[in-house]
Design a protein around this ligand. Structure first.
Ligand code: PDD
Length: 285
């Protein structure tokens, strides 16, 4: 089945799906995005993802391209046309097409919207989760508004590439005070030797991950102690467990940080429990 993309009102084969060279997303990274997990053919936590999209758009004064109901229909249609049962759907909205000029274009410039979907290999993901992944740490070098899910991801791209070249899956940004903020495309967590789950508060320095929000609910239900506070790299290295969370990985155990083994060097019980229970708590529609 050839892949289909939605581009500004049309469903097109991926090879014909293109945007104008003067799209502000292309020229200025002037846009926002969302990634939603597709699980058993259904969207996971769509309501929360669309709420966050609304917030990102409003923080950047970009108009919503269509009603929420229409948006939900397009997401489903792209998932359906691509025959995705297990995978993800990607949605991007930019400030539209205009002659290249830094200030906003005229207010009647329609925003651009694209949607793509793709399959993921669930068995490979599960195998990875049984093994755990490695992360490296890199200095935080992003702008302060990482709470906005902007497509301006160059520091994230460079950090992720550095991780790949070091044989790791993810890079954790570390702020000037030595505290971990988050991963290049995931939120960061540890479990202390005392058994407390620790993750940075979502009020500064991180994206408020939807997976993070749901994982906090799972943790509360399972009776785990949760501390929403920053943690240092030293504390992470001494932790019993570490893991990352995102729509693309759900909860993924971390077994090495900067080549140092975490805990027993195998996925820990807390991360495994959160992963196992996750879809009981997410909204699947
Ligand atoms: N990334 N932090 C950053 C910087 C992210 O890019 C993401 C998601 C997250 C986790 O958010 P959520 O749980 O809502 O997926 C945290 C997506 C998946 C991506 O860029 O592909």
């Amino acid at each position: 089945m050839s892949r289909i993309a939605y581009v500004n009102g049309r469903y097109l084969p991926l090879r014909d799906a293109s945007v104008n060279v003067e799209d502000r997303g292309y020229q200025f990274a002037d846009g926002v995005y969302e990634v939603c997990e597709v699980w058993h053919g259904r969207l996971v936590d769509e309501r929360r993802h669309l709420d966050r999209l609304d917030r990102s758009l409003s923080e950047l004064s970009i108009a919503r391209p269509m009603s929420r109901a229409a948006l939900a229909l397009v997401l489903r249609e792209v998932v359906r046309r691509n025959g995705v049962r297990e995978g993800m759907v990607y949605l991007q909205v930019t400030r539209g097409v205009a002659r290249r000029d830094h200030p906003f274009p005229p207010p009647d410039t329609p925003p651009s919207m694209i949607v793509t979907a793709r399959r993921t290999d669930r068995a490979a993901q599960e195998a990875l989760a049984r093994q755990g992944v490695a992360v490296i740490t890199v200095p935080e070098n992003r702008w302060p508004r990482v709470d906005i899910k902007s497509v301006s991801l160059l520091p994230n791209v460079l950090a992720k590439q550095q991780a790949r070249e070091a044989g790791a899956r993810e890079a954790w940004f570390v702020d000037p005070d030595g505290y971990v903020t988050e991963g290049a495309s995931t939120n960061a967590w540890i479990v202390t030797p005392g058994g407390a789950l620790v993750t940075r508060p979502a009020d500064s320095g991180i994206l408020r991950g939807i997976t993070r929000t749901v994982a906090l609910e799972v943790a509360a239900d399972l009776g785990f102690t949760v501390e929403e506070r920053p943690f240092t790299v030293a504390e992470a290295l001494a932790a019993d467990e570490a893991f990352i969370s995102a729509a693309t990985t759900v909860v993924m155990p971390v077994v090495r940080i900067d080549r140092r083994t975490i805990g027993k060097g195998t996925p820990g019980p807390v991360a495994q429990a959160l992963r196992l229970k996750f879809h009981d708590f997410s909204e699947v529609v």
